[in-house]
Design a protein around this ligand. Sequence first.
Ligand code: FAD
Length: 218
Amino acid sequence: MTDFVPTERTQVRRLPKRAVYDREAIYQILDEGLVCHIGFVVYGQPVVIPTGYGRDGDTLYVHGSVASRMLRDLGKGVNVCVTVTLLDGLVLARSAFHHSMNYRSVVVFGTAAVVEDATTKREALRAFTEHIAPGRWQEVRPPTESELRATTVLAIPLEEVSAKVRTGPPLDDEDDYSLPVWAGVLPLKLRPEQPVADSRLAASIEVPDNVRFYNRDR
Ligand SMILES: Cc1cc2nc3c(=O)[nH]c(=O)nc-3n(C[C@H](O)[C@H](O)[C@H](O)COP(=O)(O)OP(=O)(O)OC[C@H]3O[C@@H](n4cnc5c(N)ncnc54)[C@H](O)[C@@H]3O)c2cc1C
């Protein structure tokens, strides 16, 4: 897999040593994340909408009801900026100034296009479902023709992409290391709690392994 090439738009300027253009590393971040934020401009008004997504190869898919304003506007071929953020920890420094966060984040620029082809649309929905819980597509009822018609799927090519990653301890001013202030990292992780069975679930149906042992590590 070839790395992404930084463009005028995706060149990380501040702390460029934190920039990542390695395609595999970026896909790992996208695959671990659950929510993206899509930014676009409608009639001069910037809008940023949080939504789910899936990835299939070099394409990011978002989907929703045909009635969704976001999907209607985006389907007109407007420029978008999509971000995905994984928060790995709070970086607690000895000074207020040097507080920070450990994170892995991705920024994608591109143009969203409506997926018309039924096979690609189905594949996109598979990617979307598998992104939520790997193995789920095989377990559930697939979408019907009318469900497919009621769903808009947008494809955003992964061509102009950057990532930024911060790891490690706080970076304090040398004089501050002697201050009597606790400093370090408070790691944060998205972890599932106990699954809650639907009240109408037949008692004989057990929790599948992909739910029982769910984790987002990729
Ligand atoms: C959880 C979190 C907390 C943060 N907190 C702060 C904060 O408090 N203050 C602060 O200044 N910055 C913070 N950042 C970093 C912030 O995202 C920008 O990287 C930063 O503002 C520097 O922007 P810039 O001027 O270099 O980039 P710009 O010139 O604005 O961006 C140039 C290009 O670099 C790439 N890029 C920039 N940032 C990122 C990124 N985070 N991920 C992927 N690609 C990127 C994009 O392609 C972008 O178009 C935080 C990031 C995260 C994920």
